[in-house]
Ligand binder design. Structure first.
Ligand code: ATP
Length: 482
């Protein structure tokens, strides 16, 4: 008898954070020194899951003839970030509490203030536009003439004091450092806040060396850094994270077609790796909220326990990026179309996914608690392609020749799959440990093995057991893990 246990929203995130630490998926960075806010370390299981996500993305995006891979440097010429608009525009509006020194992003303040306080403050204003309390609150904060008045009426979410906020200021999210030994303003460079610019500045290099013709794309996976004002929700908003970005260069006029094409391909990718379809949706950006470079934009959102959140952005960036790099570098970024004999700057369709944010979505989506015969089992139902460990090998007892057979199976499977050997504790407990790590198959060497050279293969989700001949194990698992 088994049934799924429903959990409250907060409980789920807390449980995931604690499971992630306990089982070695994710630890807080520099934990023994009290931790470093907004930075996380991936443990033995986490690094496998993250690598599997990135590998699946890499295969889906580059094992095709119209996309090339790239790995550009994290540090780039400072002019890149002037051309891209990041020096001027990559800012968040920020306020400080003068009393307790807490810092908040103005545009997300509504989430931190109670509805009662919002209602009270809103009474001081007439005819505010917006459907919900949050819409009205945010509309007032967006206008400098009403923002300060509203800020004077609300209490700091951290210390509870009223009227203690500073004026809103712009805060640039790029991390700065210095190139070389001299720390002066001439040597300032930035840690890249996105991987995309490394692709744009290499567009012609890749086009020429790979002899690709439009339309074609360049894909890259790499670290990005943003000095976020408020980090929160575990891996959702961190200061160091990984992106998986692909920029698709197309002839102007064909951009809409490829934008629609990539939207579908990308949402399908999440579904093909087992993410619950009803927890995925598009959020199209309305025309008045588009970024300065975008003609059309959508987010693929996942329904996290704390609400819907972006896991990937798909943007029609027009010829903005290459035109700006042409202007700032003085080097032509035009593409020569040798069929039509035209020269033009291509349009770009961008698919920009967070590897670490997707990691969190896959982890949360896979997590289930079930009651099985009166006991609770926690299970991570990862797609086999993402599971950190593919199979565990468990001798039923540590005698009667079972460990020797189990070790032999281990050495046969290791070259093919990520395997875990476990001979400690009762078999039921060992199964539970593997369920919690998301391991799709457990292979048990038992009494029958001694008679007929077969093993029990237990499947994680159904908990059904099959008997498989040892010499057919590699083929059996290979088929199941596809
Ligand atoms: P948000 O509005 O949530 O800050 P964004 O619109 O700035 O995100 P993009 O610049 O489009 O995000 O970045 C593309 C992807 O990179 C996002 O969909 C997300 O998965 C990931 N990402 C962006 N910022 C962070 C962050 N601080 N921590 C983790 N992942 C991030």
């Amino acid at each position: 008898m088994r049934c799924t246990i429903e959990k409250s929203r907060n409980e789920t995130v807390e449980k995931i954070v604690s499971l992630a630490k306990r089982r070695g998926f994710v630890y807080q960075s520099s934990e023994i020194y009290g931790g470093l806010n907004g930075c996380w370390d991936y443990g033995p299981l986490g690094v496998e899951l993250l690598r599997n996500i990135k590998d699946e993305w890499w295969k889906a995006m580059t094992y095709r003839d119209d996309i090339e891979g790239l790995d550009a440097a994290i540090l780039m010429h400072p002019r890149v970030w002037e051309a891209s608009g990041h020096v001027e525009n990559f800012t968040d509006p920020m306020i400080d509490c003068k009393q307790c020194k807490a810092r908040f992003r103005l545009d997300t303040l509504a989430e931190l203030i109670s509805d009662k306080n919002k209602e009270k403050a809103l009474k001081e204003f007439n005819g505010v536009e917006g459907e919900t309390l949050d819409d009205k609150f945010t509309a007032l904060l967006e206008k400098p003439e009403t923002a300060q008045q509203l800020l004077n009426l609300i209490s700091c979410p951290q210390c509870g004091n009223k009227g203690t906020f500073t004026q809103p200021r712009k805060f640039n999210l790029m991390f700065k450092t210095f190139l070389g030994p001299v720390e002066d303003s001439n040597n300032v460079i930035y840690l890249r806040p996105e991987t995309a610019q490394g692709i744009y500045v290499n567009f012609l290099n890749v086009a020429n060396s790979s002899r690709q013709k439009l339309p074609f794309g360049i894909a890259q996976i790499g670290k990005a850094f943003r000095n976020e004002i408020n980090t929160k929700n575990f891996l959702f908003r961190t200061r160091e994270f990984e992106q998986m970005e692909m920029q698709y260069f197309v002839k102007p006029g064909t951009d809409k077609k490829y934008y629609d094409y990539w939207k579908e391909i990308r949402i399908q990718w999440f579904k093909s790796l087992g993410m619950t379809p009803s927890k995925l949706r598009f959020h199209d950006h309305p025309a008045n909220k588009l970024a300065h470079y975008a003609k059309e934009a959508t987010d693929i959102e996942y329904e996290f326990p704390f609400g819907w959140g972006e896991i990937e952005g798909i943007h029609n960036r027009t010829d903005y990026d290459l035109s700006r790099h042409q202007e700032y570098s003085g080097k032509s970024q035009q593409y020569y179309d040798d069929v039509t004999k035209e020269k033009y700057i291509p349009y770009i369709i961008e698919t920009s996914a967070g590897a670490s944010r997707s990691f969190m979505a896959f982890l949360i989506d896979a997590y289930y608690e079930e009651e099985v015969n009166g006991e609770t089992r926690s299970v991570l139902r990862f797609h086999p392609k993402l599971a950190p460990i593919k199979a565990a090998i468990l001798p039923l007892v540590n005698k009667d020749g079972m460990p020797e057979i189990a070790r032999k199976i281990e050495s046969e499977l290791r070259p093919h799959f990520k395997i875990f050997y476990d001979d400690k504790g009762a078999i039921g407990r060992r199964y539970r440990r593997m369920d919690e790590a998301g391991t799709p198959y457990c292979i048990t060497v038992d009494t029958q093995t001694l008679q007929d050279n077969t093993v029990t293969v237990r499947e994680r989700d159904s908990m059904e057991q099959a008997r498989v001949s040892i010499d057919k194990l590699v083929a059996y698992l290979r088929e199941k893990l596809m």
